[in-house]
Design a protein around this ligand. Structure first.
Ligand SMILES: Cc1cc2nc3c(=O)[nH]c(=O)nc-3n(C[C@H](O)[C@H](O)[C@H](O)COP(=O)(O)O)c2cc1C
Length: 161
């Protein structure tokens, strides 16, 4: 692709990470991992526990888990793929933290996610307020079941970036 592309992702158990790595390789993009300042433990991720960290955060729309470091030159990218696991039918709040950390005006953000089966639901709505109105944010795809390089390449082609 002629455009300069970044694949930015958040992943707790490695599933989104492995998709992000193949995607970055297929696109020829740089890759950036959103590392939480306080890593999520297994107990934090227990969605059956109403008091677990992930349950508490996802019930609080204003929660913004901190990220350790920043993308060094966001200005240099025209297209940013943003990947994450679906939590409670939407994006984890740390994705809002990421989006609110930069000015994405004039850039295209394409979402991708992995899940136990859920789709994006209202994810775009949840994330829209975290980016400037001059940024384009597209739903993209749920990429479950280890997508092949070929599948990813044809998706990228369909996006017509
Ligand atoms: C707190 C929490 C909430 C989740 N909520 C959903 C959900 O609503 N729908 C779904 O299909 N999967 C849900 N999952 C499963 C993850 O989306 C899925 O395992 C994902 O592939 C994990 O990606 P990762 O290894 O990159 O963290 C949830 C997982 C966690 C930890």
């Amino acid at each position: 692709m002629d455009k300069k592309v970044l694949v930015a992702y958040f992943s707790c158990t490695g599933i989104t990470k492995s998709v992000a790595e193949i995607l970055a390789d297929v696109v020829g993009a740089d890759i950036y991992e959103m590392k939480p300042e306080v890593p999520y433990t297994d107990a934090d991720l227990n969605w059956m526990d109403k008091k677990s960290r992930s349950s508490v955060e996802m019930k609080d729309p204003s929660s913004r888990p901190a990220i350790v470091d920043k993308v060094s030159n966001i200005m240099g990218y025209e297209v940013v793929f943003v990947g994450f696991p679906i939590w409670w039918y939407t994006a984890p709040n740390i994705i809002n933290t990421f989006l609110e950390s930069y000015d994405f005006s004039g850039k295209t953000i394409i979402l991708f996610a992995t899940s136990g089966g859920s789709g994006f639901g209202k994810t775009v709505e949840k994330l829209k307020n975290s980016v400037s109105p001059e940024a384009k944010i597209k739903e993209g795809r749920i990429l479950n079941g280890k997508p092949s390089r070929g599948e990813l390449a044809s998706w990228i082609k369909d996006l017509g970036l």
